[in-house]
Design a protein around this ligand. Structure first.
Ligand SMILES: NC(=O)c1ccc[n+]([C@@H]2O[C@H](COP(=O)([O-])OP(=O)(O)OC[C@H]3O[C@@H](n4cnc5c(N)ncnc54)[C@H](O)[C@@H]3O)[C@@H](O)[C@H]2O)c1
Length: 338
């Protein structure tokens, strides 16, 4: 029987982008007894979870992972925790202390509460940003961790605290390091806005995309359905306990190529990139080695980037308006333009 069937599951950050897709995958493809989301809604929304609102198996609790009393009460009786609550990489450029408090101290709070609740699985969602820029490609679990931002450093501390719960107390922990994820409900506005959704909204509105530096930076873009499927599969994999596992596609794509794929999907080759100075703390190269993931779970990514982008273009075409148009830069407080 799967670890997830019949389980009482808590998803921190479950109202956010990846968290809400994780909740969808849990409730739609497995048979949990209950799924509870703990989220401040600072960067997520109840709307992301609206399809489960009336489902008796689902509860949304609005609250902060830094509140130990609340986390204890939410985790009481829980079997499985997916820990995704976080503040993002560009937030760490303008608000490093808060970012650390959520990503590092908040992760320790959740891990301690999970240890005390005696959970049977703790899935700690970390990030490829713990690596810093690639020294060798593709990047497997043994690649050195030299984060370049406070976000990357806080995520590394958070995952280390979870591993400590495994090593010291035997808590069944799996640490997962997703690479860049894209798909529906990804953020457009504010400091969480990522290149793919921002570029799609710009180009739908007839604006040229914006690239930083020379646009040759690369990322490994994974569709959110593949990321969520990976998290569930690792939660169900006995052999993954105590391990740190990277999940990505193994395909390295430059920012210039992303703009070209979006231009192709919209049939707007005339909208060529506008070049701006390099972003602070921008990692130059990231590309995953997904072989551990494939060996442990038998899963490999399903969605090819060009297809995922075409789907996302359709999704935004049904929603995007000029009111969603974004500033050129989004790492200052409130997305103030330079
Ligand atoms: N998006 C990516 O490309 C990516 C890549 C690698 C790893 N990750 C990791 O995946 C996880 C989810 O990322 P996402 O992109 O969905 O981000 P997101 O911002 O959409 O989701 C994070 C959620 O956490 C909530 N949150 C923030 N502070 C909180 C607090 N103190 N207490 C409770 N909830 C709080 C936010 O409201 C939000 O809903 C994060 O741990 C992130 O580090 C994301």
């Amino acid at each position: 029987m799967s670890t997830l069937d019949g389980a009482r599951i808590v998803v921190t950050g479950g109202a956010g982008f990846i968290g809400s897709h994780t909740v969808d995958a849990l409730l739609a493809t497995r048979a949990p007894a209950h799924v509870l989301v703990l989220d401040t809604l600072d960067n997520g929304s109840a709307e992301n979870l609206s399809r489960w609102e009336a489902d008796p198996r689902f509860t949304l609790v609005v609250g902060d992972i830094r509140d130990r009393k609340l986390v204890d009460s939410v985790l009481s009786g829980a079997d499985v925790v997916f820990h995704l609550a976080c503040l993002g990489v560009r937030h760490s450029l303008h608000n490093p202390v808060d970012n650390h408090e959520v990503n590092a101290t908040g992760s320790l709070t959740v891990a301690l509460a999970a240890r005390d609740a005696g959970v049977t699985r703790f899935i700690h969602v970390s990030s490829s940003e713990v690596f810093g820029t690639a020294r060798t490609v593709p990047m497997d679990e043994n690649h050195p961790t030299w984060p370049e931002t406070v976000y990357g450093a806080g995520k590394l501390a958070g995952e280390a605290y979870s591993r400590a719960m495994f090593r010291t107390y035997g808590m069944p922990v799996v640490v997962v390091r997703p690479f860049n994820t894209y798909g529906t409900r990804s953020h457009v506005e504010g400091d969480s806005g990522e290149i793919i959704p921002r570029t799609i909204v710009r180009m739908i509105n007839g604006e040229r995309p914006v690239l930083y530096g020379d646009g040759s930076q690369t990322r490994d873009f994974m569709h959110v359905s593949d990321t969520a499927a990976g998290l569930l599969a690792l939660a169900e994999c006995e052999e993954a306990i105590g391990r740190t596992v990277t999940i990505g596609t193994g395909v390295e794509t430059s920012m210039r190529e992303v703009c070209r794929l979006i231009a192709d999907a919209l049939d707007r080759p005339d909208l060529t990139p506008r070049m701006l100075p390099a972003r602070p703390g921008d990692v130059l190269r990231l590309c995953a080695d997904g072989s551990t993931m494939a060996r442990l779970t038998g899963l490999t990514p399903n969605v090819v980037l060009a297809d995922g982008i075409a789907d996302l273009v359709d999704w935004f075409q049904a929603r995007a308006t000029s009111n969603m148009l974004v500033t050129d830069t989004n790492w200052e407080p409130s997305g103030v333009s330079t």
